[in-house]
Write a protein that binds this ligand. Structure first.
Ligand code: ADP
Length: 334
């Protein structure tokens, strides 16, 4: 990797096929960042274990997500793309960092409280340590920048505090404080029009869906609830179909729809047909590239293995310094 503006790390859990929320909220940003930064993109399968009931689909979901990433333009020649569990040093750093982490700080985090509310029957030890593992990821690869949504900001602050605790406790400057880089992408709403698009709410449209599947999902989208009949004027300001037009449809056409909807000149069905066609046109090249990757799962695992190999070099460098700072014996290579 060439020396660029700095090093970016981002991890996402292997949720399988990605939806358009993931695409505009994360993936398209990842693709842009790799031009200016040294980027490390990680599929955090260990983090996924904190909430998964079964790991049956874990590997397939990892592949599906990787295919979307690669097809979207994340380039393994430019960026390091790998699977978290393939670089074992992260679990070692996680253990070491957990010793400088007060338990109360973890249980006070809003994200932890939310997880407990969501799933009170599975509050496991790993879930409490989720932000410690996340810090271990960022710090292991010495990232200076982490692209996140606003909801993740407390975790980055947590990582910075962990750096300060560790460096103070062991009188060292081995670990680097990361900064957050807020993603400025819109929050994409689901086809229900009221919740954020999310796989778990089953209100998503996958970027790799077929043209027919995409059209069917768009047809299910909730529009302005006050518009009952074709002859009623609509309000684009409260319509999620219109919000998506702003992303997928040329501005002149968006302006026309805005006017026509308000005077009942265009109905919701026609409006959705235009959206589905534009969405399909937008994702067609990505879908074509994805088909090529899908043909070769072994080749995809090779890409991830190669990424892990490159990531391991950075990880081991960090761990040599960390072990030394902590006072643990060095591990001989021979
Ligand atoms: P994770 O919890 O591992 O981040 P998610 O699938 O929830 O996994 O999200 C992956 C990325 O996609 C995150 O950066 C998240 O902010 C973004 N994302 C997910 N859903 C949406 C959405 N509806 N709109 C915008 N961004 C989203």
């Amino acid at each position: 990797m060439s020396v660029k503006k700095g090093r970016v790390f981002s991890g996402a859990r292997p949720t399988g096929r990605q939806h358009i929320g993931n695409y505009f909220g994360a993936i398209s940003n990842y693709v842009k960042l790799q031009e200016e930064y040294d980027c490390i993109y990680c599929i955090v399968d260990l983090h996924a274990l904190t909430t998964l009931e079964t790991t049956r689909d874990l590997k397939q979901n990892t592949l599906e997500m990787t295919w979307d990433w690669l097809a979207a333009g994340i380039d393994p020649q430019k960026s390091i793309v790998f699977v978290q569990s393939m670089v074992r040093q992260v679990t070692e750093l996680h253990t070491i960092l957990s010793m400088v982490t007060p338990l109360g700080k973890l249980t006070d985090l809003p994200t932890f409280k939310e997880k407990v509310r969501e799933n009170p029957k599975n509050v496991n030890y790993g879930l409490v340590g989720y932000p410690v593992l996340m810090s271990a990821d960022i710090l292991l690869y010495r990232a200076d920048m982490v692209p996140v949504g606003v909801d993740q900001a407390p975790h980055i602050e947590f990582a910075r505090e962990t750096v300060r605790s560790f460096n103070f406790h062991y009188s060292t400057d081995v670990l680097i404080e990361p900064k957050e880089k807020f993603t400025d992408f819109p929050k994409i709403m689901g086809i229900d029009g009221v919740n954020k698009m999310s796989k778990s709410l089953n209100n998503d449209i996958e970027i790799a869906a077929t043209a027919t599947e995409t059209a069917a999902k768009v047809m299910q989208m909730v529009t302005d609830p006050a518009r009952q009949r074709r002859s009623d004027p609509g309000n684009p300001d409260v319509c999620n179909v219109f919000s998506l037009h702003k992303i997928f449809t040329p501005p002149e056409k968006v302006a026309e729809i805005n006017v026509e909807c308000r005077r009942a000149g265009i109905g919701c069905v026609d409006c959705k047909k235009i959206l589905a066609a534009n969405m399909n046109a937008y994702f067609a090249p990505l879908r074509e590239r994805r088909l090529e990757f899908e043909k070769d799962p072994e080749g995809t695992w090779d890409i991830l293995q190669q990424g892990a190999k490159r990531a391991s070099v950075i990880a081991e460098e960090t761990m040599v310094s960390v072990r030394e700072a902590v006072g643990l014996p060095a591990i001989r290579k021979d």
